[in-house]
Design a protein around this ligand. Sequence first.
Ligand code: 5GP
Length: 236
Amino acid sequence: MGMLKSSVAFLVLAFAFFFCYVMSSGSYDYFQFVQQWPPTNCRVRIKRPCSNPRPLQNFTIHGLWPSNYSNPTMPSNCAGSEFKERKLSPKLRSKLKRSWPDVESGNDPRFWEGEWSKHGKCSEQTLNQMQYFQRSHEMWQSFNITEILRNASIVPHPTQTWTYSDIVSPIKAVTQTTPLLRCKFPPKSQTKSQPKSQATSQLLHEVVLCYDYDALRLIDCNRTAGCGNQQAISFQ
Ligand code: 5GP
Protein backbone atom coordinates (compact mmCIF):
# COMPACT_ATOMS: atom_id res chain seq x y z
CA MET A 1 0.00 0.00 0.00
CA GLY A 2 2.82 2.37 1.02
CA MET A 3 4.58 1.53 -2.20
CA LEU A 4 1.46 2.37 -4.24
CA LYS A 5 1.02 5.70 -2.44
CA SER A 6 4.59 6.78 -3.09
CA SER A 7 4.33 5.76 -6.75
CA VAL A 8 1.19 7.86 -7.17
CA ALA A 9 2.86 10.78 -5.40
CA PHE A 10 5.87 10.40 -7.68
CA LEU A 11 3.67 10.38 -10.80
CA VAL A 12 1.75 13.47 -9.64
CA LEU A 13 5.01 15.30 -8.94
CA ALA A 14 6.51 14.27 -12.27
CA PHE A 15 3.38 15.49 -14.07
CA ALA A 16 3.46 18.80 -12.16
CA PHE A 17 7.12 19.34 -13.12
CA PHE A 18 6.39 18.48 -16.74
CA PHE A 19 3.42 20.85 -16.77
CA CYS A 20 5.49 23.69 -15.28
CA TYR A 21 8.26 23.02 -17.79
CA VAL A 22 5.88 23.17 -20.75
CA MET A 23 4.23 26.34 -19.45
CA SER A 24 7.49 28.16 -18.77
CA SER A 25 9.41 27.11 -21.87
CA GLY A 26 6.47 28.00 -24.07
CA SER A 27 4.93 25.70 -26.60
CA TYR A 28 3.51 27.38 -29.66
CA ASP A 29 2.02 26.55 -33.06
CA TYR A 30 3.02 29.44 -35.32
CA PHE A 31 4.36 33.00 -35.37
CA GLN A 32 2.54 36.31 -35.76
CA PHE A 33 4.85 38.88 -37.31
CA VAL A 34 3.32 42.19 -36.30
CA GLN A 35 4.12 45.47 -38.04
CA GLN A 36 2.69 48.77 -36.90
CA TRP A 37 1.87 52.12 -38.44
CA PRO A 38 3.68 54.60 -36.11
CA PRO A 39 1.30 57.57 -36.64
CA THR A 40 -1.52 55.46 -35.17
CA ASN A 41 0.57 54.54 -32.10
CA CYS A 42 1.17 58.22 -31.51
CA ARG A 43 -2.37 59.31 -32.28
CA VAL A 44 -3.88 57.13 -29.57
CA ARG A 45 -1.28 58.00 -26.92
CA ILE A 46 -2.78 61.16 -25.58
CA LYS A 47 -1.52 60.99 -22.00
CA ARG A 48 2.12 60.32 -22.88
CA PRO A 49 2.82 61.70 -26.37
CA CYS A 50 5.44 60.03 -28.57
CA SER A 51 8.96 61.36 -28.09
CA ASN A 52 9.23 62.10 -31.80
CA PRO A 53 6.51 64.59 -32.75
CA ARG A 54 6.83 63.54 -36.43
CA PRO A 55 6.28 59.76 -36.40
CA LEU A 56 7.83 57.63 -39.15
CA GLN A 57 5.66 57.19 -42.22
CA ASN A 58 6.40 53.53 -42.80
CA PHE A 59 5.37 50.25 -41.21
CA THR A 60 7.87 49.13 -38.59
CA ILE A 61 8.13 45.99 -36.49
CA HIS A 62 6.14 45.67 -33.30
CA GLY A 63 7.14 42.09 -32.64
CA LEU A 64 7.46 38.46 -33.63
CA TRP A 65 5.06 36.53 -31.43
CA PRO A 66 5.03 32.75 -31.04
CA SER A 67 1.31 31.98 -30.77
CA ASN A 68 -1.12 29.16 -30.13
CA TYR A 69 -4.14 28.44 -32.28
CA SER A 70 -6.27 27.84 -29.19
CA ASN A 71 -5.17 31.12 -27.56
CA PRO A 72 -3.19 33.47 -29.83
CA THR A 73 -2.11 35.73 -26.96
CA MET A 74 -0.23 32.78 -25.46
CA PRO A 75 2.46 31.84 -24.73
CA SER A 76 4.02 34.90 -23.14
CA ASN A 77 6.61 35.78 -20.49
CA CYS A 78 8.30 32.38 -20.64
CA ALA A 79 11.48 31.33 -18.88
CA GLY A 80 14.58 31.82 -21.01
CA SER A 81 17.79 33.75 -21.44
CA GLU A 82 17.82 37.41 -20.48
CA PHE A 83 18.08 40.01 -23.25
CA LYS A 84 21.65 41.11 -23.92
CA GLU A 85 22.20 43.84 -26.46
CA ARG A 86 25.75 42.66 -27.08
CA LYS A 87 24.36 39.38 -28.44
CA LEU A 88 23.23 41.41 -31.48
CA SER A 89 26.05 42.35 -33.85
CA PRO A 90 26.59 46.09 -34.45
CA LYS A 91 25.49 45.54 -38.06
CA LEU A 92 22.22 43.93 -36.97
CA ARG A 93 21.62 46.65 -34.37
CA SER A 94 21.90 49.33 -37.01
CA LYS A 95 19.46 47.43 -39.25
CA LEU A 96 17.00 47.06 -36.36
CA LYS A 97 17.12 50.78 -35.73
CA ARG A 98 15.41 51.13 -39.11
CA SER A 99 13.10 48.14 -39.04
CA TRP A 100 12.28 47.92 -35.31
CA PRO A 101 12.46 51.39 -33.73
CA ASP A 102 10.73 52.30 -30.50
CA VAL A 103 8.25 54.68 -32.08
CA GLU A 104 6.73 55.68 -28.76
CA SER A 105 9.60 56.63 -26.49
CA GLY A 106 12.65 56.39 -28.74
CA ASN A 107 14.49 53.84 -26.61
CA ASP A 108 15.09 51.07 -29.17
CA PRO A 109 17.06 48.58 -27.03
CA ARG A 110 14.49 48.83 -24.24
CA PHE A 111 11.70 48.08 -26.73
CA TRP A 112 13.66 45.07 -28.10
CA GLU A 113 14.26 43.85 -24.56
CA GLY A 114 10.54 44.08 -23.74
CA GLU A 115 9.57 42.13 -26.87
CA TRP A 116 12.27 39.49 -26.26
CA SER A 117 11.15 39.03 -22.65
CA LYS A 118 7.45 38.85 -23.39
CA HIS A 119 7.56 36.90 -26.67
CA GLY A 120 11.02 35.91 -27.94
CA LYS A 121 11.87 33.76 -24.93
CA CYS A 122 8.86 31.56 -25.70
CA SER A 123 10.40 30.38 -28.98
CA GLU A 124 14.03 30.28 -27.89
CA GLN A 125 14.13 26.56 -28.73
CA THR A 126 13.67 27.60 -32.39
CA LEU A 127 15.32 31.03 -32.59
CA ASN A 128 18.02 32.19 -30.22
CA GLN A 129 18.31 35.90 -29.50
CA MET A 130 20.47 36.73 -32.49
CA GLN A 131 18.30 34.58 -34.81
CA TYR A 132 15.06 36.03 -33.41
CA PHE A 133 16.04 39.60 -34.27
CA GLN A 134 17.82 38.67 -37.51
CA ARG A 135 14.80 36.71 -38.77
CA SER A 136 12.41 39.50 -37.82
CA HIS A 137 14.47 42.00 -39.79
CA GLU A 138 14.48 39.65 -42.80
CA MET A 139 10.70 39.31 -42.59
CA TRP A 140 10.36 43.10 -42.53
CA GLN A 141 12.59 43.37 -45.59
CA SER A 142 10.94 40.62 -47.58
CA PHE A 143 7.55 42.34 -47.81
CA ASN A 144 7.43 46.12 -47.75
CA ILE A 145 3.88 46.70 -46.55
CA THR A 146 4.10 50.47 -47.01
CA GLU A 147 5.06 49.99 -50.66
CA ILE A 148 2.49 47.26 -51.29
CA LEU A 149 -0.27 49.59 -50.06
CA ARG A 150 1.15 52.57 -51.94
CA ASN A 151 1.11 50.54 -55.18
CA ALA A 152 -2.59 49.94 -54.56
CA SER A 153 -3.12 53.70 -54.00
CA ILE A 154 -3.67 53.15 -50.29
CA VAL A 155 -1.76 56.07 -48.83
CA PRO A 156 -2.31 58.17 -45.73
CA HIS A 157 -5.24 60.49 -46.27
CA PRO A 158 -7.13 62.71 -43.81
CA THR A 159 -10.65 61.81 -44.97
CA GLN A 160 -10.60 58.82 -47.34
CA THR A 161 -11.59 55.43 -45.93
CA TRP A 162 -11.19 51.85 -47.08
CA THR A 163 -12.88 48.53 -46.39
CA TYR A 164 -11.07 45.67 -44.68
CA SER A 165 -10.81 43.76 -47.95
CA ASP A 166 -9.55 46.85 -49.88
CA ILE A 167 -6.48 46.75 -47.62
CA VAL A 168 -6.06 43.00 -47.29
CA SER A 169 -6.34 42.27 -51.04
CA PRO A 170 -3.09 43.86 -52.28
CA ILE A 171 -1.14 42.32 -49.39
CA LYS A 172 -2.67 38.94 -50.13
CA ALA A 173 -1.84 39.29 -53.82
CA VAL A 174 1.85 39.85 -53.07
CA THR A 175 2.37 37.46 -50.16
CA GLN A 176 -0.02 34.76 -51.46
CA THR A 177 -1.33 34.34 -47.92
CA THR A 178 -4.01 35.98 -45.80
CA PRO A 179 -2.76 38.65 -43.41
CA LEU A 180 -4.62 40.09 -40.46
CA LEU A 181 -5.31 43.77 -39.84
CA ARG A 182 -5.64 45.39 -36.47
CA CYS A 183 -7.22 48.78 -35.86
CA LYS A 184 -7.56 51.26 -33.04
CA PHE A 185 -10.27 53.79 -32.43
CA PRO A 186 -9.13 57.41 -32.22
CA PRO A 187 -9.59 59.00 -28.80
CA LYS A 188 -13.05 60.55 -28.39
CA SER A 189 -11.52 64.00 -27.83
CA GLN A 190 -10.25 63.91 -31.44
CA THR A 191 -13.49 62.90 -33.11
CA LYS A 192 -16.00 65.30 -31.52
CA SER A 193 -15.83 67.90 -34.27
CA GLN A 194 -15.69 65.40 -37.18
CA PRO A 195 -18.59 64.40 -39.45
CA LYS A 196 -20.27 61.17 -38.24
CA SER A 197 -18.83 59.04 -41.08
CA GLN A 198 -15.28 59.82 -39.99
CA ALA A 199 -15.94 59.95 -36.27
CA THR A 200 -16.94 56.27 -36.30
CA SER A 201 -14.13 55.04 -38.50
CA GLN A 202 -11.27 53.06 -37.08
CA LEU A 203 -7.59 53.71 -37.71
CA LEU A 204 -5.39 51.11 -39.38
CA HIS A 205 -2.76 50.22 -36.80
CA GLU A 206 -1.14 46.83 -37.46
CA VAL A 207 -0.63 44.35 -40.25
CA VAL A 208 0.10 40.80 -39.17
CA LEU A 209 1.75 38.19 -41.37
CA CYS A 210 1.76 34.62 -40.08
CA TYR A 211 4.68 32.18 -40.30
CA ASP A 212 4.99 28.47 -39.58
CA TYR A 213 6.62 26.98 -36.47
CA ASP A 214 10.13 27.41 -37.90
CA ALA A 215 9.51 31.06 -38.86
CA LEU A 216 10.46 30.21 -42.43
CA ARG A 217 7.28 29.78 -44.42
CA LEU A 218 4.37 32.22 -44.66
CA ILE A 219 0.99 30.73 -43.78
CA ASP A 220 -2.54 32.13 -43.68
CA CYS A 221 -3.49 33.97 -40.51
CA ASN A 222 -6.69 32.32 -39.41
CA ARG A 223 -7.63 34.51 -36.45
CA THR A 224 -10.66 36.70 -36.58
CA ALA A 225 -9.83 40.21 -37.68
CA GLY A 226 -8.73 42.84 -35.22
CA CYS A 227 -10.69 45.54 -37.05
CA GLY A 228 -14.46 45.86 -37.09
CA ASN A 229 -15.16 44.02 -40.32
CA GLN A 230 -18.07 46.13 -41.49
CA GLN A 231 -16.60 49.45 -40.47
CA ALA A 232 -14.67 51.91 -42.61
CA ILE A 233 -10.94 52.04 -42.00
CA SER A 234 -8.92 55.27 -42.04
CA PHE A 235 -5.24 55.31 -42.83
CA GLN A 236 -3.74 58.57 -41.61
P1 5GP B 1 3.16 43.39 -26.55
O1 5GP B 1 3.63 43.80 -25.18
O2 5GP B 1 2.18 42.28 -26.52
O3 5GP B 1 4.31 43.12 -27.45
O4 5GP B 1 2.42 44.64 -27.21
C1 5GP B 1 1.71 45.56 -26.52
C2 5GP B 1 2.57 46.67 -25.98
O5 5GP B 1 3.59 47.08 -26.89
C3 5GP B 1 1.75 47.88 -25.67
O6 5GP B 1 1.92 48.21 -24.32
C4 5GP B 1 2.33 48.95 -26.59
O7 5GP B 1 2.29 50.21 -25.99
C5 5GP B 1 3.74 48.47 -26.77
N1 5GP B 1 4.37 49.05 -27.96
C6 5GP B 1 3.97 49.00 -29.23
N2 5GP B 1 4.79 49.69 -30.01
C7 5GP B 1 5.75 50.22 -29.21
C8 5GP B 1 6.89 51.03 -29.43
O8 5GP B 1 7.21 51.43 -30.55
N3 5GP B 1 7.61 51.36 -28.32
C9 5GP B 1 7.31 50.92 -27.07
N4 5GP B 1 8.07 51.30 -26.05
N5 5GP B 1 6.25 50.14 -26.83
C10 5GP B 1 5.48 49.80 -27.88
